[in-house]
Design a protein around this ligand. Sequence first.
Ligand SMILES: [Zn+2]
Ligand SMILES: [Zn+2]
Length: 131
Amino acid sequence: MPSGGCHCGAVRYEASGEVLHHAICHCSDCRKSSGAPMTGWIAYKAEDFAVTQGRAKEHASSEHGRRFFCAACGTGLYYVNEAALPGIVDIQSATLDDPDALPPGAHIQYAEHLRWTETLDQLPKFDRFPG
Ligand SMILES: [Zn+2]
Ligand SMILES: [Zn+2]
């Protein structure tokens, strides 16, 4: 059963059942909210998702979009939008305990992508840091 949580450990969650979709979002809202050039989102039915420890703080990031994050450490955790995605919880997939286990299947909101992300794979790669 996939589990995950924030960086400080105050908020923990579990998901179960079928993954509805897992995508890398390139929209500017996600970029600002996460502080990262793109954000992974893995979706489960709301009844298959539970916060098991602590409580996430809610931020209304758009008319219907609600982003939930740890108030202690700031980690973005999940998103609910009852207008666009009724009955679904979208989890920031990088907060899973094993984020490598469930690969994404698509890029979404690609109209807003940063152009330099198109060539990320061509950059030099260091196991840690250069030099
Ligand atoms: Zn935290
Ligand atoms: Zn987005």
